[in-house]
Every structure is written in structure tokens, then in C-alpha cells.
Design a protein around this ligand. Structure first.
Ligand code: GLY
Length: 349
């Protein structure tokens, strides 16, 4: 078991390793004061891991209830959120109780947002069960729900009290869901660590899984400790995301998963940056080889106009400028503030 301390405004541990669900009750007991919890999960994860978690929590003296909603991004909505608030209200959940998010990014983001807002804030625990959630979304306190106008447009910063990443849970992921997390993993190599990137280029992720997750979480730690509230450095975590969101939207959130869209987004922005002379070194070929080695896509059928319009409607836009994240060398990212019209020109929108 590895523990990484995240020193944000509220410090907490991220615990990474195999067999942690069985120890979850004891780990949570050390991290939260409350003894009554509502576990929030989706119907797929519920069938796989709820029983084990409840057993471990009850053995540690917790009283638990469980709220289950249908798996999928459609559930990250105000409808599910209101149902969850009502559930908490009907169970008389108080400020000394807490929530446990058991699942992937949708479960974590929605539960975190409920914890940030119910009774103006109660504690919560993250138990991420997908690669994407373990390396990225469960750490750093970004919580959100989607609205019609876009993903994650309503949210809050709310750090969890502990993150328990049981790497055994990744063994039940389909190749599709596992690969979804690889977009974020390659991102961490690109923005911060050439050493991680070089390991990923070998395609041997499953052989080095715990190490790779630890590396990603440690990179995220350094970023969020420097910029918890996303006003500077943290924006580099959006490498590949601005165009990735355009791609996800263009395909109606069905053709490309988030991770695959980020994968294409990282490659396109790097190629565009090279063509526009913003990146001097040729790194796009190396990135492409790394993506291929990890069964990730690097291209999508999408025109420049759709790429541009999806990107400028994104959260990263500020009035008439947009922050573009570029890697000018592998392992190093820059935030480039660009006029919207200049961005349109380089994208070909
Ligand atoms: N997933 C990006 C961030 O946490 O800032």
C-alpha cells in the first residue's frame, strides 16, 4: 500500500494498492469523524463491490445506507442529484454524517458535488474503481454535474477526506473503460514526466500499473498543491481536453469516450502547434507512437469549424481569449493565452 499526502487547504491521503476494499472501513475510520455514511454508486459497480465495502465498513463500526443510480454519463445530471438530495433528506443525514463515492468519474463527481452542497457541505470519501478516476478525477477536489449546455458546467471545489484506490478493481474493467483512463495517463507523461512517458511508450502499462497510478497521482499532487483552485498551473491538466471536448460533443458523447477524445485532442493540438510554429521540436510523431502502443486513437473525422466551435464554448474560454495547453517538449507543458480569432486561424475553423 502506498500513501500520498495531498496538502491542499484540507489535507488528505490517497491510498493506492491491491485489496484495499477489504480495509476500507479501517482506513475511513482514521480519516473521518462521522460514523454514519451513505454509499453512492452506480448499478454496475454496485453488483461488483458494494457488498465488500459495506462488510468492511460495518466491521469498522459504521452504519451505512446505499444510493444506486444507472451507470453512465446521462446520470451526472441535476435529476440524479435531486434524487440523491431527497434520499439524504429522507434518511435524516446530518452534518456529522458523510458520503462515500464508490465508482468511476461520474459517481465521484456527482457525489462530491452533493457533498459540497448538501447542508452547505458534508464530508466525503472517494473510492475510485476505474483507471480514469484513480489517476485523475478522484484527486484534487473538482466536483460537478453536467447541464444541457455542456459537461461539468455546474460544480464546486470540495476536497475528499480520503481517496482509497484499490487497484484490484481495475481487473474487472472492460478494455474500453480501461483504455478510457489511458488518455489521462499519457497526458501526465506529456505534461510532466518524460520518464513516465518513456515507460508508456513500451505499452507495458498493465505490468506497471500500481507504479503508473502512483506517478500520475503524485504529479497531480504537485499541480493541485500549487494551484488548488485552477487559476494557473492546474490548467495544464487540460492538455488535450479543449479539443477533446469538441470531439466528444461532435460525436454526441457516444462515438468517443472522454479518454479517447483527449487522446485525439492531445495529438491534434500538438500537430497544430507544430504547424503554426508554436512548437519548435517535432514531438507529435513520438506522441502518436505512444498512443498507438496503448491502443489509443490519434485521429477523428471532424472538421475545423466543429473543432473550433466546440472549443470556444468550453469552460477554458475567457471572453475573447482562450488558454491553450501546449507541450513544447515531452514532460513539459505551457499555458498559451490566445486571441479567439488567432485560435480560429490555426485550427482552420
Ligand atoms: N481533471 C483536471 C483537474 O482536476 O484539474
Amino acid at each position: 500500500m502506498t500513501k500520498i499526502r495531498i496538502n491542499t487547504s484540507k489535507p488528505y491521503d490517497v491510498v493506492i494498492g491491491g485489496g484495499l476494499l477489504e480495509q476500507a472501513g479501517a482506513l475511513i475510520a482514521e480519516a473521518v469523524k462521522g460514523r454514519r455514511a451513505v454509499i453512492v454508486t452506480d448499478d454496475i459497480v454496485n453488483g461488483l463491490y458494494s457488498e465488500k465495502l459495506i462488510k468492511s465498513m460495518e466491521a469498522a463500526g459504521f452504519k451505512t445506507d446505499i444510493f444506486v443510480f444507472p451507470n453512465g454519463e446521462e446520470s451526472k445530471s441535476h435529476k440524479t442529484l435531486i434524487e440523491l438530495y431527497d434520499f439524504l433528506g429522507n434518511k435524516n443525514i446530518t452534518r456529522s454524517d458523510f458520503l462515500v463515492a464508490l465508482g468511476g468519474g461520474v459517481v465521484g463527481d456527482l457525489t462530491g458535488f452533493a457533498a459540497a452542497t448538501y447542508l452547505r457541505g458534508i464530508d466525503y470519501v472517494q473510492i475510485p474503481t476505474t483507471l480514469l478516476a484513480q489517476v485523475d478525477s478522484s484527486v484534487g477536489g473538482k466536483t460537478a454535474v453536467d447541464i444541457e449546455a455542456g459537461k461539468n458546467l455546474v460544480g464546486a471545489f470540495k476536497q475528499p477526506d480520503i481517496v482509497i484506490a484499490d487497484t484490484d478493481t481495475l481487473s474487472t474493467l472492460t478494455d474500453e473503460i480501461f483504455t478510457d483512463g489511458m488518455g489521462e495517463v499519457v497526458k501526465y507523461g506529456m505534461i510532466w514526466s518524460k520518464e513516465l512517458f518513456d515507460l508508456l511508450k513500451t505499452g507495458k502499462i498493465k505490468e506497471n500499473l500500481d507504479y503508473v497510478i502512483e506517478q500520475c497521482v503524485d504529479i497531480k499532487r504537485q499541480v493541485v498543491e500549487t494551484d488548488e483552485f485552477d487559476t494557473g498551473l492546474r490548467m495544464i491538466l487540460n492538455f488535450g481536453h479543449t479539443l477533446g471536448h469538441s470531439i466528444e460533443k461532435f460525436y454526441n458523447y457516444k462515438g468517443f469516450s472522454h479518454g479517447k477524445a483527449v487522446s485525439v485532442g492531445m495529438y491534434i493540438i500538438t500537430v497544430i502547434g507544430e504547424k503554426a510554429g508554436l512548437i519548435e521540436n517535432n514531438i507529435s510523431d513520438e506522441l502518436k507512437q505512444c498512443l498507438i502502443a496503448n491502443n489509443m486513437p490519434f485521429e477523428a473525422e471532424i472538421d475545423g469549424t466543429s473543432l473550433f466551435s466546440g472549443a470556444v464554448n468550453d469552460k477554458k474560454r475567457f471572453s475573447d481569449t482562450i488558454n491553450i495547453i501546449l507541450c513544447r517538449e515531452i514532460g513539459k507543458a505551457d499555458i498559451v493565452k490566445m486571441n479567439i480569432e488567432d485560435f480560429r486561424n490555426i485550427i482552420g475553423g
